[in-house]
Write a protein of this length. Structure first.
Length: 385
């Protein structure tokens, strides 16, 4: 059995922060910015120390890539002129949904925003990671490449965030307790989802989508309250899903994307040399993280199936069936008829223009102009499969 994976929106000034906690946040922001921008008092400048909030704790992206970069690699490539303290956002008392607001205020000068979390407040940011959009990593690369200029502009103009890197997490796939030869066999099953576009796709298949936190999905499967779950191929193994389920579907339902950036004032306060060092170093870090996303996706399948080449997980005895032409047709139908319309309903008409400008030429699914005739539904161009 072959492996499924080879080894315009109108811009506005920064929106006002809600009155709740505004005064306190601004006070904290002022103190942090002053500390960040304070110049050396002696003849020899001490290292400039950055305060960084990273991504999720206890996952490979943070443990093996982010933390070593900031603590070890950055001092090395800057000849000791730059140092950093980093904490994962979920261990710092910061809600992932609040990251962009805190970065806009300068409370978090350098931070990592998970698009699946901040997309609840700003659905336009969720576009590159819509369910059924990128069934493999190569497609996700192209999606991010074409949408990145727009994502960068939105974050800078609406939140005052300078985008410095975009990270990918491994593929999120279906784990099920019963055989799943085709996507259409999801009908009637209760499935754990982690974001609205996954729910749109599963419900269009006739499944019952249930929002369940990552850490609780194994217990829900064990108790029989759900039949399937969507999660990472390797992280599912680490949760023990290879002992609780018997079948994987190899198509990536979605991925995980996070953006690392800086408050623009904090960024502009850095010396030009420091900016150049950071951009070069973060570009290399981004490449390494994307390569790891592909490796971890593959390793998850190998480990769940008990292959001898399993490296990072616990061997199981799961199986999967190859992605069929019928599944690919179903994926495109779900994307065009359920996922994109659901996203537009949450996002607004500005996102229709962004989709048609950046992503429609890539995936060949164009949205008609809004109006009574179209009803706001997505449509495929003539000749598209």
């Amino acid at each position: 059995m072959a492996l499924p994976y080879p080894a315009t929106v109108t811009m506005h000034p920064f929106p006002p922060e809600p009155p709740r906690r505004r005064g306190l946040l601004r006070l904290v922001a002022g103190c942090l910015m002053a500390a960040l921008l304070a110049g050396p008092s002696g003849a020899q400048a001490p290292p400039l120390r950055l305060q960084v909030v990273g991504s999720l704790a206890d996952v490979r992206l943070y443990e093996q890539y982010e933390r070593p970069f900031w603590r070890e690699e950055l001092p090395r490539i800057s000849d000791g002129k730059l140092q950093a303290d980093i904490v994962p956002f979920d261990s710092s008392g910061i809600r992932g949904q609040d990251m962009l607001h805190l970065m806009r205020l300068g409370v978090t000068p350098f931070g990592t925003a998970l698009l699946s979390l901040v997309g609840s407040d700003e659905p336009e940011l969720a576009a590159p990671n819509l369910a059924m959009l990128a069934p493999e990593l190569s497609t996700l690369r192209r999606v991010v490449q074409v949408y990145r200029p727009h994502l960068t502009a939105v974050l800078k103009q609406q939140y005052g965030v300078e985008v410095l890197a975009i990270y990918a997490y491994p593929a999120q796939i279906l784990f099920c307790t019963q055989p799943l030869p085709r996507l259409e066999d999801m009908r009637g099953r209760r499935v754990r989802v982690s974001n609205p576009s996954q729910a749109d796709a599963m419900e269009a298949l006739g499944a019952i989508a249930v929002q369940i936190p990552f850490a609780k999905q194994a217990a829900e499967l064990r108790e029989g309250r759900i039949d399937c779950t969507i999660t990472g191929s390797l992280s599912g193994n680490q949760l023990g899903l290879h002992r609780l389920t018997q079948q994987m579907h190899p198509m990536a339902i979605s991925w995980g994307l996070s953006v690392f950036g800086a408050n623009v004032h904090a960024w502009e306060a850095l010396p030009a040399e420091a900016q150049q060092v950071l951009r070069r170093g973060l570009a290399r870090l981004e490449l390494a993280v994307w390569a790891a996303a592909g490796q971890d996706t593959e390793d998850g399948f190998l480990c769940n199936a008990g292959r001898p080449s399993c490296q990072s997980g616990t061997p199981g005895s799961m199986r999967w069936d190859a992605i069929s032409p019928q599944d690919e047709a179903v994926r495109r139908r779900l994307l065009a008829e359920a996922v994109i319309p659901g996203w537009i309903a949450r996002c607004g008409e500005g996102c229709r223009q962004a989709w048609n400008t950046y992503l429609a030429p890539l995936v060949r699914i164009f949205l008609p102009e809004a109006g009574p005739a179209s009803g706001g539904q997505a449509q495929r161009p003539m000749g598209a499969p």
